[in-house]
Design a protein around this ligand. Structure first.
Ligand SMILES: [Zn+2]
Ligand SMILES: [Zn+2]
Length: 331
């Protein structure tokens, strides 16, 4: 058995699992101011860096922004704009794109260097535009004939392995179908109604969060981690770039409500799409390590404990936000 891996300057960069084909990447995330205002975290657990005087804070924030490759004005610190790269030049290689979700590094009312912008804090409509850009990046990446599949992925928080404090998502194109998506395709080909069945079962078990417009969000035990949520669009079985605009907008709204409800808790997120599977999103809450060696998972009665508000609270929170949002969407 040959294990595939990549090294640079004697340091391991990535390694592919010989068992399920998953690639693990390694990042040096040390020394990056990297935290969020801990909205959902109990105060006694929240990191409490020593407070800075307002003047000092301004200076420090400016220093962080000046060294962040994602902050506006620092374009010279990164490589050429990706959209200018011609596809022929990248043939045979994987493609990796970073989509900056917002120009702001810090929250508008930041009182410390930990008060970073986070995905749920941007408005729903903004979230839709991020997805629209992602869909366009997927379309362009697929124009490279060696690219077989493009995954949209996001890490929030250091615990999830986020490599940059500035909010961003990634689009990763590979010359093979990603193992998880391949598995989705195989199972769906054998059981075309599996997605509807999942939605029905989660509803029956009381795990669903919200449902409408042919889209459902719920907690699901079928994830890689115990705290696994999904948003599934049962009506949209096309690759991401072919999803009609009105449908993408709705998917963004359901996604946004989940992200808003989960707050600044660390998570990783993947959007799976393609011919033969419905558009869906997996989100793994990553605050706490847990064991599932025996295949035992905590039931949702305590799955959200100390991580996110309990599931029922999420529903209430969502209901409140939906009402607020309906108002703001009318303007
Ligand atoms: Zn930045
Ligand atoms: Zn999937």
């Amino acid at each position: 058995m040959t294990i595939e891996y990549g090294m640079k300057d004697g340091v391991l960069l990535w390694v592919r699992s010989p068992f399920d084909g998953t690639v693990t990447y390694f990042n040096d995330i040390h020394r990056k101011p990297h935290a969020f205002r801990h909205l959902t975290r109990p105060q006694h657990l929240a990191a409490t860096p020593p407070p800075l005087a307002p003047r000092e804070l301004q200076v420090e924030m400016e220093r962080v922004r000046n060294t962040c490759v994602f902050c506006p004005g620092n374009e010279a610190m990164t490589m050429e704009e990706v959209m200018r790269v011609t596809y022929g030049e990248i043939g045979g290689k994987n493609e990796s794109y970073v989509i900056i979700e917002d120009g702001r590094h810090f929250l508008p009312d930041a009182t410390g260097l930990s008060d970073l912008m986070w995905s749920g804090a941007i408005p729903a409509q903004h979230c839709y535009h991020v997805l629209r850009v992602a869909a366009e990046v997927v379309r362009r990446s697929m124009a490279n004939t060696t690219v077989k599949s493009v995954l949209i992925r996001k890490h929030q928080g250091r615990e999830s392995g986020a490599s940059q404090p500035h909010i961003h998502i990634q689009a990763i194109g590979a010359d093979r179908i990603f193992p998880d998506v391949e598995r989705d395709l195989e199972v769906t080909a054998q059981h075309p109604h599996i997605w509807q069945e999942c939605v029905d079962l989660m509803r029956e078990l009381g795990f669903h969060i919200e449902e409408g417009d042919g889209i459902a969000s719920h907690w699901s035990p079928f994830g890689k981690f115990g705290r696994h949520f999904e948003v599934i669009s049962l009506q949209d079985w096309q690759p991401l770039p072919d999803i009609p605009d009105t449908r993408l907008r709705l998917f963004a709204q359901y996604t946004h409500r989940l992200l808003r409800a989960l707050g600044t808790a660390p998570y990783d997120l993947e959007i799976h799409h393609g011919e033969g599977i419905p558009l869906h999103l997996h989100l793994n809450g990553r605050r706490y390590v847990y064991a599932n060696i025996g295949g035992t998972l905590n039931s949702p009665a305590d799955v959200a404990e100390n991580v996110v508000p309990p599931t029922r609270d999420i529903v209430r929170l969502l209901a409140r936000q939906m009402a607020e949002e309906e108002q703001s969407w009318q303007c």
